[in-house]
Design a protein around this ligand. Structure first.
Ligand SMILES: CC(C)(COP(=O)(O)OP(=O)(O)OC[C@H]1O[C@@H](n2cnc3c(N)ncnc32)[C@H](O)[C@@H]1OP(=O)(O)O)[C@@H](O)C(=O)NCCC(=O)NCCS
Length: 201
């Protein structure tokens, strides 16, 4: 069981290992969230550049979730930063689930959101995604009424659940710190072996 989870802000150099991560986990992810679609993988470089531009503009924040060895084990995002709030999304690779990575990564992003002065976070998942519901409950999210009534999963739709986490200055810490190195690149191993809908993971 890994006890180490590191967040690294998305950077240009992450394109190749991140593509490998998404390809390796495409079938796993499509069981619980929308498939990215073939075009996403064909134009991964363009998509990566667009995310970085969004991040530079300050409308979204993207992190890679790394294990202690520096391998990409997942992603966690805050998108649509506006009016004091943002929408949370996350995904953990199949080989790395049930080790606490999502719980630790989301808890840290909640702290970072509070430090940024955000007042609330929103998240959505589907009724059958028990793991995601546990991650949200563990991070203090509460169910709220919301739309849409269903969300795309794989090639279909499933009933949706919506959540909100109100933030106060107390959420900013103190607490365990998960690194977010400015020079994130060296932390990410180019691991060839490892090898948006509204679910924003
Ligand atoms: C949902 C997901 C993020 C969970 O990530 P994870 O790293 O395995 O979660 P953690 O190990 O931090 O576990 C958190 C809790 O969820 C539970 N859990 C994780 N996966 C579970 C599953 N498939 N079924 C039931 N419980 C599960 C854990 O036991 C733990 O429970 P606890 O708080 O009572 O100890 C991961 O399965 C995933 O990325 N799935 C595909 C993409 C996705 O669903 N993203 C979320 C979209 S809203």
């Amino acid at each position: 069981m890994s006890a180490s989870t590191v967040l690294a802000r998305l950077a240009p150099e992450h394109a190749a290992p991140l593509l490998a991560f998404e390809l390796a986990n495409r079938e796993w992810f499509r069981t619980l969230v929308p498939d990215r679609g073939d075009a996403y993988f064909r134009d991964f470089a363009g998509r990566h550049a667009a995310l970085l531009a969004e991040q530079r503009a300050g409308t979204s924040l993207f992190w890679l979730v790394l294990d202690g060895a520096g391998d990409i084990v997942g992603r966690v995002n805050l998108v649509d930063l506006a009016a004091g709030g943002a929408t949370l999304g996350y995904r953990i690779g199949a080989a790395h689930t049930r080790r606490g990575h999502a719980r630790r990564a989301v808890a840290e992003v909640v702290r970072r959101a509070a430090r940024l002065g955000l007042t609330h976070l929103l998240a959505s998942t589907t009724v059958d995604n028990t793991g995601s519901q546990k991650v949200l409950a563990g991070a203090g999210f509460r169910p709220v009424p919301g739309l849409p009534p269903s969300l795309p999963v794989g090639d279909g739709e499933r009933p949706a659940l919506h959540f909100r986490r109100d933030l106060t200055p107390a959420d900013a810490g103190p607490g365990p710190q998960v690194e977010d190195p400015v020079q994130a690149t060296s932390q990410v191993r180019a691991a060839a072996s490892h090898q948006r809908g509204r679910l924003r993971g």
